[in-house]
Write a protein that binds this ligand. Structure first.
Ligand code: FAD
Length: 476
């Protein structure tokens, strides 16, 4: 008999527990992806995510065809589409992956009520079962350290499952939309040229990224993860993990084996810690569904955020006059991705120096990141904003010049993304406004003409933020 496999953020065939369970119990599988834009949430897919999704679905469709199956694409209201597909195929059950996005969880409940057949959910996108990670008194963790310790005390994540050799499908598959008709790719202007050079969406692309990272880089990860100018300092698996083209279990086990082989204990400790941050963000969202919109600490609700249209545009376009901030924002625009250290610096600059709300920054990242993830993005912006459950204190303000000098000492990162500063000596690269005229002249640079003057004074911006915090955060 037939089962429907409803795919969402789990666009893969290997280590897919919902697919494996469906194959165990049912002979014939109908894999379906529904592009549901009827949902009125403000977190509709951003532009970069749409680009990724197009290519990822194309890759998944090809992988299914190799296994005598095909991907059914439908656009519209998930509830009615899945109800109709169950009727049309005579399916006796629906299988899907567990999700942590609140709207997707309620949508799954609504589908369950409507389809009239059992709906089976399996964990596909976290290492540990959120229900099993409880404090001694049975509550939820709100701080990363104890959460991570509780995870590490659990039995190891299950061994990954191989992709099935074949996925039998009914003789007559339901009709599918043509992917190209969905218009997920950018029209004119096409901003995605820098995406093509960096990414191969799909399971094979994810596997390649994982293998190349584990081959050379895991040992030094503890240090290299903080060097944005090192193009292989981190795994760059985040969009693949977000779309579920690879499971955290697969990454966990492969990294652990590589670390054992190379005796790279410290690399493993830091890397597995980041994978647990990924689980922790999902966990936080699951138990705090308002996290993308509201500060988790209510005391922060009254901060007097500024509306600064021109400043916001300068930040988005990488034209603030602060080199490390501009390099990061340009990397984001060009490749749909930004190094973690620089995400922290650019976010802190917006929220603290510019005093623009973390929600505005969160929305821009959500639109432009290929790894835009409701949970991790919200948790990270709240962390920077000081209002998350587990946060950088608001009064600790990243100084972008010091950060630049520490993490990009040879200027490799800034020179790559802000080439107009290329000729400046290292000493002045992160603070061109402090360079003597003679140095600027020698580098052929006129500030305000070739590169912007800073949009604000860093000391004054910092003081303004601290002032607002003292006055408006209850109990500060
Ligand atoms: P690696 O260093 O190789 O880490 C491996 C994996 O661990 C990552 O792929 C990711 O899944 C996870 N991970 C790493 N760092 C973090 C972290 N700080 N929090 C949670 N998980 C982590 N990450 C997203 O996936 N989507 C987002 O929308 C997102 N928004 C962010 C916004 C801000 C303001 C900040 C400061 C961070 C954000 N991050 C986000 C977290 C982090 O920057 C990225 O996960 C990381 O840069 C991805 O690169 P990588 O795959 O090479 O990471």
């Amino acid at each position: 008999s037939v089962a429907i496999l409803w795919l969402r953020h789990d666009l893969r065939l290997s280590d897919h527990r919902a697919l494996a369970a469906a194959l165990d119990e049912f002979g014939l599988i109908v894999p379906v992806f529904v592009l549901d834009e009827s949902d009125e949430n403000r977190w509709a897919l951003g532009g970069a995510s749409r680009w990724w999704l197009h290519h990822s679905l194309a890759a998944l469709g090809a992988a299914l065809r190799k296994r005598q199956s095909e991907l059914v694409l439908r656009r519209g209201d998930s509830v009615s589409i899945l109800r109709d597909l169950v009727r049309e195929t005579g399916a006796a059950a629906l299988f899907c992956g567990e999700t942590h996005e609140p709207w997707l969880r309620s949508l799954t409940d609504a589908v369950e009520k409507a389809v009239g057949v059992p709906v089976h959910r399996r964990r596909v996108s976290t290492l540990f079962d959120a229900e099993a990670i409880r404090t001694k008194s049975g509550g939820q963790y709100s701080v990363y350290g104890p959460f991570a310790r509780a995870c590490r005390a659990q039995p190891e994540p299950e061994d990954p499952l191989p992709a099935p050799q074949s996925i039998p499908s009914p003789k007559r598959m339901p009709r599918s939309d043509a992917l190209d008709d969905w218009g997920l790719l950018p029209k004119k202007p096409d901003w995605s040229g820098g995406f093509d050079t960096m990414w191969t969406p799909g399971e094979a692309g994810a596997d390649k990224k994982l293998k190349s990272f584990l081959k050379d880089r895991l040992d030094g990860y503890g240090a290299s993860r903080n060097v944005p100018g090192d193009p292989q300092g981190t795994s760059m698996l985040s969009p693949h993990l977000h779309w579920g083209e690879i499971s955290p279990n697969q990454v966990w086990h492969a990294a652990k084996q590589a670390a054992d082989r190379k005796k790279a204990k410290s690399g493993w400790d830091s890397f597995s810690g980041e994978l647990l941050w990924h689980d922790f963000s999902a966990y936080l969202l699951r138990y705090n569904p308002e996290m993308p919109e509201k500060p988790l600490r209510a005391a922060y609700a009254k901060l007097p955020w500024r509306r600064d249209k021109a400043g916001m545009r300068a930040w988005q376009q990488g034209r603030t006059g602060i080199p490390i901030v501009d390099a990061g924002m340009r990397q984001l625009w060009r490749h749909g991705w930004m190094h973690n250290r620089v995400r922290m610096i650019t976010a802190s600059f917006l929220v603290k120096h510019m005093l623009v709300s973390w929600q505005d920054g969160e929305a821009w990242f959500f639109d432009t990141l290929v790894d835009a993830d409701l949970a991790t993005n919200a948790a990270s912006w709240q962390w920077i904003g000081g209002c998350g459950t587990d946060s950088q204190p608001f009064f600790r303000v990243f100084n972008p010049v010091t950060q630049g000098k520490t993490h990009d000492p040879d200027g490799r990162y800034v020179r790559h993304y802000v080439p107009e500063l290329k000729a400046l000596p290292d000493r002045w690269l992160h603070c061109p406004w402090q360079a003597p005229q003679s140095v600027l002249g020698k580098a052929g640079l006129v500030l305000g003409r070739d590169y912007p003057k800073p949009i604000l004074d860093l000391d004054r911006g910092r003081d303004r933020a601290l002032d607002a915090y003292r006055k408006h955060v209850r109990g500060a």
